[in-house]
Design a protein around this ligand. Structure first.
Ligand SMILES: Cc1ncc(C[n+]2csc(CCOP(=O)(O)OP(=O)(O)O)c2C)c(N)n1
Ligand SMILES: [Mg+2]
Length: 364
């Protein structure tokens, strides 16, 4: 890990806000690792090493800061995270090894998120309260008030963070989230985040949104919020810190909108070509840290090289691992319950499949 030079300033400023230089270096290194992971994953989708790519190049600054501030753990005392499909930066900052991301991209049976049966970036980590990503957009917004209600009843400081894109906020689920989070007397600690990249696949936001800021929609529900520059990790860090503090203390919702870039288009299905006319948070932050004397060119080169090597090694490892078998298709797709009278001994719910899968029987 790059160390701070003796002459380096102790803080890096952005407008009226600042962060300690060692934290900036930590954020920068994570951002570089996430970018390398995403770019290698795009290459996987183009070379046949993977099936598909969707992810968050252009969101590293915001997502890394979010991942570092989540209270990580299992159960209601910790934060719940209801992710979008562009959150590699959050998971890498939480400590997910690159290997677990590329296992999903390579669809291996060893993929801990989905056993190789879901798209890349569709994480699920029960030990960290990371809820499964669903490709149907916005459904996470109706789930978050549920975990938040449980957290409010449990007591403590845990909150439910939900994140999604700008176009998705047109879905009723977004309104449901605001309604369910603000029932008088039953408000719940949902940290509602929207990453606004100005696009919904190929539809520009300017052709869809009459309102000036998505965060303003919270006003009708009494939900405070703000818009931050998601390309600036210092601004993002402080916006996130204010949102977390509000939800943890008041046990009520907060709405944070982050303006971000989309540097490789929507997904591999739209070609995943690099766009040149959008701000690049990794390059910008690197320039700023070099200018401030927090980082040297040699250090930056090494951080970038190491990140690429790490991604390459992870891909080589994943490609040597087995793929799921046909019998794996229904595994863990149905949660057993003692009150379930329909599929009592058959957790898959599929005709002709009984105890032969080796599941534990219930209530017998
Ligand atoms: C319910 C539903 N409707 C439509 C789609 C198709 N779809 C996938 S991504 C997407 C655009 C989402 O845009 P946004 O919410 O801004 O997120 P972004 O991809 O820009 O991060 C759409 C319409 C879907 N997956 N789910
Ligand atoms: Mg969008």
């Amino acid at each position: 890990m790059a160390a701070l030079g003796l002459d380096a300033p102790s803080r890096v400023k952005s407008g009226d806000e600042a962060l300690p230089s060692d934290l900036c270096l930590k954020i920068y290194r994570l951002m570089v690792r996430v970018r390398a992971l995403e770019e290698r994953s795009i290459k996987m989708s183009k070379s046949g090493e993977g099936l598909f790519w969707v992810g968050g190049p252009g969101e590293e600054a915001f997502n890394v800061c979010l991942g570092l501030q989540l209270m990580k753990g299992r159960g209601p005392a910790f934060d719940y995270f209801h992710p979008h499909y562009r959150n590699a930066g959050v998971l890498v900052a939480m400590g997910m090894p690159m290997l677990d991301h590329v296992r999903q991209a390579a669809m291996t049976r060893t993929d801990p998120h989905s056993m190789g049966r879901n798209f890349v970036g569709h994480y699920s980590v029960p030990e960290w309260n990371v809820m499964p990503v669903t490709s149907a957009i916005e459904v996470q917004y109706t789930m978050a008030p549920g975990t938040a209600l449980m957290q409010k009843r449990h007591g403590g400081k845990g909150v439910s963070v939900v994140i999604g894109g700008d176009a998705g906020t047109a879905e009723g689920d977004f309104a449901s989230c605001m309604i369910w989070s603000t029932r008088p007397g039953n408000e719940v600690p949902v940290f509602i985040v929207v990453t606004n990249n100005g696009w919904g696949i190929s539809t520009p936001a300017c052709s869809q949104h009459g309102e000036k800021q998505i965060a303003d929609r919270g006003k009708a529900f009494g939900i405070p919020g703000e818009v931050v520059d998601g390309n600036d990790p210092i601004a993002a860090w402080h916006g996130l810190e204010r949102g977390f503090a509000y939800c943890r203390q008041t046990r009520k919702p907060y709405l944070l909108e982050a303006n971000v870039s989309r540097l490789y288009g929507h997904s591999s299905s739209s070609g995943a070509q690099r766009v040149r006319d959008e701000q690049d948070c990794v390059a910008d932050f690197e320039r700023r840290l070099l200018k401030e004397g927090v980082l040297t060119t040699e250090q930056a080169d090494k951080i970038r090289r190491d990140a690429k090597d790490e991604a390459d090694v992870a891909v080589q490892q994943a490609l040597s691992e087995p793929q799921p078998k046909p019998d794996d298709v229904p595994t863990h797709t149905y949660a057993p319950s003692p009150v379930d009278c329909i599929y009592r001994y058959d957790y898959t719910g599929l005709p002709g499949r009984r105890h032969d899968l080796g599941y534990e029987e219930i209530g017998s």
